[in-house]
Design a protein around this ligand. Sequence first.
Ligand code: SAH
Length: 231
Amino acid sequence: MWRATILTLFPEMFPGPLGLSLAGDALSRGVWNLETRQIREQGIGRHRAVDDTPAGGGPGMVMRADVLCAALDAAIAADDTRPRLLMSPRGAPLTQARVRALAEGPGALILCARFEGVDERVVALRGLEEISIGDYVLSGGEIAAMALIDACVRLLPGVMGEEASGEEESFENGLLEYPHYTRPRLFEGLEIPPVLLSGDHGAVARWRHEKSLELTRARRPELLAKGGGKR
Ligand code: SAH
């Protein structure tokens, strides 16, 4: 079973949206498992402090290395081979390729930070892989972790109805996906492109590939430069 362990100051945020729809059904069927751990359990003193002022001064608070290492050590069994991730705007941008690799593995252990982030030593000492979900700043890692888990879980065997539907999507072939249509055929003066109703599967496939290329060229040319669009 694919297992996610989340270290957070807000375990009550989970499963949240991961408890609904595709991911939620899979969770209740036991296709994957979600464990949340309260970082504050390893907090310091009577107030269970988890953060302190930044060395060198400046605004905000930094999550303490001793607290976070203790929380990680308590969460990781000796035989746990799962990748250890830190959600971080400075991390490697998350890609569908990384999502697929994570989904094919045993799961993930994910540290969600708050405040200004974590004491840098945690990353080195516990071998954390920093992952970003985009070039903007959230107030905490939880929503980022949910995005990552959602993307992984939908790829697990038996989660998506149609086996193929994971493979034709945006990014899987380095291209954005072609446009979709459904009934009614004519809506507010706009028709479904006739080729899609022609029953000619070859023509449909060619049209879709052409549209994929067109959209990618217009919106995300850098994907083509990376070698997208090879069939
Ligand atoms: N001071 C930090 C931002 C801290 S935001 C900086 O400038 O880089 C607080 C926490 O939210 C981060 O430590 C991280 O865990 C999470 N977070 C914020 N934006 C994120 C993003 N784009 N991707 C992944 N995690 C993010």
